[in-house]
Design a protein around this ligand. Structure first.
Ligand SMILES: [Cu+2]
Length: 223
């Protein structure tokens, strides 16, 4: 009898604690999930933070990353939320003035948008690159199905070295400006590039249609 009287309140307290914890988990899950039902990015050739999320998202504390993928390592060290929120690199109410809102040296962070969450993406260095041919297709995931007023795709000029030089607008050449895209989960943007070899940056500006919301996305490639 005595033993039962003692264990009963303990069990009761334990089940109350479990109930409180699982309620807390339900509340917290949408926040920690991070990537659900929001925005988008270029997934192929992977944007810088999408690539770091794809390669290391399930193993982001692995110290081997410092040697194997140092640019991702510095990005994870600077702010993991740049990867968890790979789909949130945008500016609102730009009014079409991309070059005014996004200064030279800050192109890959969208002008240090979102309180600087993506600043590490401006770091100059040897980012992992996707191999592409002269004709390839950019694939952009739009999880929130915003649609697009247009996409503008730029490539760095031949002679620019993305591994050692900071990216500015004058390093870019416009290779594609699209028309509207209706809302869909994924868009394909075929591009043709000539006169390029070696390492380059593809810069994609996505003017979304649901409001004046613009995404600025750096993808590292090797031709
Ligand atoms: Cu959005």
């Amino acid at each position: 009898m005595l033993a039962q009287d003692r264990t009963a309140p303990t069990q009761w307290a334990r089940s109350v604690l479990l109930a409180v914890l699982s309620a807390a988990m339900l509340v917290l899950t949408p926040w920690t999930g991070g990537t659900a039902n929001a925005h988008g990015s270029v997934v192929d050739p992977a944007s810088r933070n999408y690539g770091c999320w794809q390669r290391w998202g399930s193993d982001h504390l692995n110290p081997d990353m410092a040697q194997e993928d140092p640019m991702c390592w510095q990005a994870w060290q600077a702010n993991p939320n740049a990867m968890w929120n790979w789909n949130g690199l945008y500016r609102n109410n730009v009014g079409g003035n991309h070059q005014g809102q996004v200064p030279n040296g800050q192109l890959c962070s969208g002008g240090r948008t979102e309180g600087g969450r993506y600043n590490s993406l401006d770091t100059v260095g040897n980012w992992k690159k996707t191999r592409v041919g002269n004709s390839f297709t950019i694939r952009l995931d739009d999880q929130a199905q915003h649609g697009a007023d247009y996409f503008r795709v730029y490539v760095t000029r031949q002679g620019f070295n993305p591994n050692t030089q900071s990216l500015g607008w004058n390093n870019l050449e416009l290779i594609e400006e699209t028309g509207r895209y209706g809302s869909a989960p994924t868009y394909n943007i075929p591009v043709n590039v000539s006169g390029r070899s070696g390492d380059h940056i593809i810069y994609t500006v996505w003017q979304a249609s649901h409001m004046d919301q613009v995404y600025y996305l750096c993808s590292d490639v090797t031709f």
